[in-house]
Design a protein around this ligand. Structure first.
Ligand code: RRO
Length: 311
């Protein structure tokens, strides 16, 4: 019922982890592989291993989460080695996703060259939106720099590639970004990363709740669902149809998933709710989405995908 075609491959269902959650180590990744998730993605990597920011750096909140992890990861080679060993030759299972987030244009290019030269046959996600490295702005908020980077990337990169974007908040920004993205043979756009640099405070302690950056961090979960849906819809209605959408942001229930699909998302990533509930969330959310589809008489996602009505 939830069969999904994405990047010319078939997946049993659209659900996967959002990069960063439950995917730092081989143990985490193996748990995702064994779960009901239709696909899974690695933690964004840099060429060298990074410790990331000081603790506490991730806090679950009633309505979501705040994090300033600072790109902790075990290094590009660790994840490349894992994805090479775990890419599927079996046509029943979809390909694996490999996320990278270089700290500079040169680092992104260097990692993409290594991926291009390897026998990796899965899907690469270029994270242009990490909000948490002190002194490093989110690349995708700089339209010219994003266009320049993608121009360089597509001089040599021929494998399936998607970009992870931050949320945008202005219709003109959607227009500008979509026009840039439409110039390239991108496989997909993933909207959204966390809403950068929110501030959650504990009024009793009169304190911030995470240590890095004086408490400022990326916001995820229920807080950001309307922003995520807007970004999915805005890109779905502006991008050429060859560029598919991954919807990320505030997906915790079957209803949230249904809403993202209605806006035009094809795959669905879960971050905050996966962090709270663990990989068993995939069993629950699959059942909840199927239940909604049964109630509405939909036999497949194609029956309602992208078909959000206007008034
Ligand atoms: O590691 C992080 O701090 C982080 C990253 Br790379 C990202 O893309 N999004 C986020 O919320 N945290």
């Amino acid at each position: 019922m939830l069969n999904t075609t994405f990047a010319n491959a078939k997946f049993a269902n659209p659900f996967m982890n959002a990069s960063g959650v439950h995917c730092m180590t081989i143990e985490d990744l193996e748990e995702l592989k064994a779960s009901q998730a239709g696909a899974y993605i690695t933690k964004s990597s840099t060429l060298e291993k990074r410790e990331g920011n000081p603790l506490p750096r991730y806090v679950d909140l009633e309505l979501g989460s705040i994090n300033s992890m600072g790109l902790p990861n075990l290094g590009f080679d660790y994840y490349l080695d894992y994805v090479l060993k775990n890419q599927k030759e079996n046509a029943q299972e979809g390909p694996i996703f490999f996320s990278i987030a270089g700290m500079s244009v040169a680092e992104n290019i260097a990692m993409l060259k290594k991926i291009q030269e390897s026998y990796f046959s899965g899907i690469t996600e270029l994270n242009l939106s990490c909000p948490n490295v002190p002194g490093k702005p989110q690349l995708a908020y700089d339209f010219e720099a994003t266009e320049k980077l993608l121009k360089e990337v597509f001089t040599f990169f021929t494998k399936p590639l998607g970009v992870k974007l931050p949320p945008y908040f202005d219709l003109v920004h959607f227009d500008i970004m979509a026009e840039i993205l439409n110039q390239f043979p991108l496989t997909y756009v993933n909207s959204v990363n966390s809403i950068g640099n929110g501030l959650f405070i504990d009024p009793e302690a009169e304190s911030v709740v995470i240590k890095p950056k004086d408490g400022f961090g990326g916001i995820g979960g229920a807080y950001i669902k309307p922003t995520a849906l807007a970004n999915v819809r805005a890109f779905y209605t502006r991008l050429k149809p060859e560029i598919q959408i991954i919807g990320t942001g505030g997906i915790e229930t079957g209803q949230d998933a249904f809403e993202h699909l209605l806006c035009g998302a094809t795959m669905l990533q879960i971050g905050t709710a996966l962090h709270k509930e663990g990989p068993a969330i995939f069993d629950r959310i699959i059942k909840e989405l199927e239940e909604i589809m049964n109630q509405k008489g939909y036999q497949s996602i194609a029956d309602f995908h992208g078909k959000l009505k206007s008034l």
